[in-house]
Design a binder for this molecule. Structure first.
Ligand code: CA
Ligand code: CA
Ligand code: CA
Ligand code: CA
Length: 294
């Protein structure tokens, strides 16, 4: 009799879990997969909120966007970008920058290609910088070769909340948040002939509460500094906006997205874990059954 009761409970648990998994899959099938990072027409500001994250439909985005792809496997933060899957990217150079200061002779002098990824734990960036001469001779991070990532995690256009950051990664590996050294994020620089790669992992609690979902939007811009002569910087590019530390209303956006096949792979892995748990539960029940009452 007891065994029958446990089996009924087990079946109910399995059905409940199955419904949750299928429900999630159904939602994902309804997700629109963006195809490019081009600027989209401005209609009105976003308003929809979910679990503390700002969710938005693509047609409401004003400035240029970078689509951040959900990663099945987190990248190794070592500056080697070879494990990154193909995905959306933006090019930052004197032709594409909203803000351009100083002198730049060409793409070899200063330019970058930026990609982004995310999972439940962190937001990732892969940045390949072309810079002919690397200089990191100054105490102030903004006077040397390096990249700046401006983020408005809640996309509330308010610049001074706990969700707002200006991360700088200098070509020599120094990491700051608004100019102050930080170990809240992980970043690695790999120098190569003609430039350097920057790979970054920003823990999600730095940006938003809870777990991100496909469709989450953050305010985002990226800056690139060039020092070829020592001392102060020689050139400065900002993708969207006039500063990476303030005025997030001028930023572009980072839109979280995912490929259906990746989502299915993640769900399949979850189902495998559930199956293992179910087997463990059955083993425990079996042990319980074998107990002889006193
Ligand atoms: Ca890597
Ligand atoms: Ca240069
Ligand atoms: Ca904010
Ligand atoms: Ca340089």
């Amino acid at each position: 009799m007891k065994r029958a009761m446990w089996i009924v409970i087990l079946v109910l648990i399995t059905i409940a879990l199955g419904v949750r998994v299928l429900g999630a899959m159904g939602k994902e099938l309804g997700t629109t997969r963006p195809t490019s990072g081009e600027a989209l027409a401005a209609l009105s500001p976003p308003s929809q909120q979910s679990e503390g994250n700002t969710i938005i439909t693509a047609q409401l985005i004003a400035r240029r966007s970078l689509y951040s792809m959900r990663l099945v496997t987190p990248p190794q933060i070592d500056g080697n970008l070879s494990e990154w899957p193909a995905g959306d990217s933006i090019e930052l150079n004197r032709s594409t920058a909203y803000t351009f200061m100083g002198g730049i002779t060409g793409l070899d002098d200063l330019s970058a290609v930026i990609r982004s990824g995310w999972d439940e734990n962190a937001l990732y960036f892969a940045i390949a910088v072309r810079d002919d001469i690397l200089v990191t001779d100054s105490t102030d991070v903004w006077r040397d070769d390096g990249v700046e990532i401006g983020l408005d995690g809640l996309y509330d256009r308010y610049p001074w909340g706990p969700d707002d950051h200006q991360y700088t990664i200098v070509a020599d590996g120094r990491i700051t948040d608004r100019g102050i050294p930080t170990d809240a994020i992980s970043a690695a620089v790999l120098i190569y002939s003609g430039g350097y790669n920057v790979e970054v992992a920003i823990p999600m609690p730095q940006l938003i509460p809870g777990i991100p979902v496909s469709g989450t939007v953050m305010g985002f811009t990226i800056g690139l500094r060039d020092d070829d002569t020592g001392g102060n910087w020689d050139a400065y590019l900002i993708w969207e906006g006039t500063t990476t530390a303030d005025r997030p209303e001028q930023f572009g956006t980072l839109i979280f997205t995912e490929r259906l096949e990746d989502r299915i792979a993640i769900l399949e892995a979850k189902i495998v874990r559930l199956e293992k748990k179910t087997q463990e539960l059955l083993r425990t029940l079996s042990e319980f059954e074998q107990l002889t009452p006193p």
